[in-house]
Design a protein around this ligand. Structure first.
Ligand SMILES: [Zn+2]
Length: 348
């Protein structure tokens, strides 16, 4: 299992380093298409450019869904002084991007570096550096280009609507922590790639038909709303486990969500996952996420008649500089392996 956990971590790092804010995910989906082809599968794009890959098996169709879109921003306007006002993609306070390096991606493929700064960034000049409320008027993008006017910026080819990605600052520590932006949900996407590799390597066989779905609009609410194969009976969102307050998930556990903002998850499917976690003595937690909506809930809202569940590795400081641990990734992988083949002899 260590081999596959390490492979998952490698994939997580690779994915985190591919900029993919919702709406600008083509580099991430191209990466997925290539890796699944290399593993011997036949990945497909849905019309809205999610990636669907059937791993094999027969019978009731199970979809395991992770999302590869992330938080990000867009150019809202170019200011007279050559600085940029942004608009957010996804939900986060500006505090979480202050002082972060960014890349502006123009629609014709150019990239420009810059930084998100407070409009009063220097403590030797301004008295309100600590107290100023952070929002899209007080945090601005300063490009690392010699520009001082709107015209200068326009000359670079930057326009309203260009995408902005944040430096993920991905780091894997010797002690097994994975720190990065966008572990939501690239931690899960990476471990699903590893699950596919286990199938490709014939380490596990499938007791039912299993497909992976990598959606691209989760952070804006409609990732899982389309492109679900008609024969799907069950769908599990594999997405970050929330950590904090009275929740018992941490970075080492696989979190099984029993209820979130969208209500309770399917009773029987969730029970099956809990029973496996208990039987296998996996380090796991059952939790209620108070401020969370998942992709599979988007699928249900779109009218699909399926059973739904949500599991994933615990991710600390979600939608900020996030942290999880290899053991959380491994516990999630183990739960999925056992779920897709209860009789498998794989050494866990
Ligand atoms: Zn997510």
């Amino acid at each position: 299992m260590k081999k596959y956990t390490d492979f998952a971590v490698k994939q997580i790092v690779n994915l985190c380093n591919i900029p993919s804010p919702s709406g600008y995910t083509q580099k991430a989906t191209e990466y997925l298409m290539k890796i699944f082809k290399d593993l011997g599968f036949t990945p497909l794009y849905t019309r809205k450019k999610a990636v669907l890959v059937t791993l094999g098996g027969e019978g009731d169709h199970l979809i395991l869904a992770a999302h590869v879109d992330t938080l990000g921003a867009m150019v809202r306007s170019i200011k007279g002084n050559g600085r940029i006002r942004h608009t957010k993609i996804g939900g986060f306070p500006e505090n979480n991007i202050e002082n972060e390096n960014i890349i502006v991606h123009t629609r014709d493929g150019k990239e420009y570096e810059g930084t998100a700064y407070l409009v009063h960034p220097a403590v030797h000049v301004y008295s309100d550096v600590g107290s100023m409320t952070r929002n899209d008027e007080t945090v601005e993008i300063i490009l690392d280009e010699k520009v001082s006017s709107k015209k200068d910026v326009e000359k670079l080819g930057i326009k309203v609507g260009d995408f902005i990605s944040f430096d993920p600052r991905t780091k894997v520590t010797k002690s097994g922590f994975i720190k990065s932006r966008h572990l939501d949900d690239k931690a899960s996407a990476g471990l699903l790639i590893s699950l596919a590799k286990m199938v490709a390597d014939k380490e596990i066989t499938l007791s039912r038909k299993v497909s992976l779905l990598f959606t691209t609009y989760e952070e804006v609410g409609h990732g899982g709303s389309a492109g679900i194969p008609q024969d799907t009976t069950d769908m599990i969102s594999v997405d970050m486990g929330a950590v904090g307050d009275d929740l018992t998930t941490d970075e080492y556990k696989v979190s099984i969500c029993v209820k979130d903002s969208g209500g309770p998850y399917d009773f029987d499917l969730t029970n099956d996952l809990i029973r496996i976690a208990e039987t296998m003595k996996l380090n796991h937690a059952l939790d209620i996420y108070p401020r969370y909506g998942s992709d599979v809930e988007a699928t249900l809202h779109a009218g699909y008649d399926i059973r739904h569940a949500l599991i994933g590795p615990g991710v600390f400081a979600s939608h900020g500089y996030e942290r999880t641990h290899k053991s959380g990734v491994e516990n999630t992988l183990k739960l999925l392996v056992e779920y897709i083949n209860p009789n498998d002899a794989v050494e866990l």
